[in-house]
Design a protein around this ligand. Sequence first.
Ligand code: C2E
Ligand code: MG
Ligand code: MG
Ligand code: MG
Length: 279
Amino acid sequence: RAKASGRHCWRFFEIEMDAEARMQHVLEIDLRSALASDELDVHYQVIVDVATRLPCGVEALVRWRHPVFGNLSPDRFVPIAENTGLIVPIGEWILRRACAEATGWPAHVKIAVNMSPVQFRSPGLVAMVRGTLAAVGLPPERLELEITESVLLQKHSEIIDRLHELSALGINIVLDDFGVGYSSLNYLRLFPFSKIKIDRGFVGEMARRTDCATIVSAVTGLAHALDMATTAEGVETWEQFRLVQAAGCSQAQGYLFSRPEPAGRLDFSRREIGERNRS
Ligand code: C2E
Ligand code: MG
Ligand code: MG
Ligand code: MG
């Protein structure tokens, strides 16, 4: 009996695998025409200064309105874009779009764009970024490039050179999702980061677990001592906001302040952003 049900489970698994593989294949084909078919969009989520609770930055987050499957999360299609190399033209389009949008914002508001490790490996990255900024007329100091540690796992010397070249242009390099995976303290010394984003996994647990709050305080202290700012990701409640404030984080980002939204809905004149949500 156990054997029969075991076989049954295996069959089920096999069918699921097929469906997943087929879906993957369909998305891969559709993604090739997504840019040209105008199905991709960029949404923007504000990052606030903890001291003033006013926006000091905005993160660009790609969206795909699939004609059949509806809105797909970047976690679903960015890996496909990376495996196929499509992330290179798509990433360039996102950067250009986000930087062009940012030229219309107040000068103190930075635009943060996520960069895939695959983009980092592609030749001409630095020239592409420089060219994009020049074309839209955005000063390099207003751009933040967010990278995760997976970028750093690649061939070190080349990556370090690229990061230093970008940084020499005046662009800010930000370490995203810090604290998950294999984050090494040595990265903080080897690369020219201007800011560390503390993964929302820690922020979400801070209220329940004092060890998470301790880690966030310690990472923030270390970052600031090394002359880097910190952003707490995924702040959803006022309690979490007070905790990241107590931990010394300089910036906060999360649904408490705003969801990612289309460019037209950003409003930088709003004072005390998030206040309307206070309970
Ligand atoms: P990320 O760069 O760490 O972006 C933050 C993610 O957290 C976003 O998810 C954002 O919507 C979500 N988030 C923000 N505040 C909260 C909150 O309070 N609670 C919760 N639960 N989530 C929050 P999203 O837009 O689905 O993007 C997921 C990931 O996909 C990003 O993580 C990034 O790694 C990747 N990604 C998104 N856009 C791009 C892009 O333009 N290029 C590349 N290469 N990757 C991108
Ligand atoms: Mg990011
Ligand atoms: Mg992140
Ligand atoms: Mg992430």
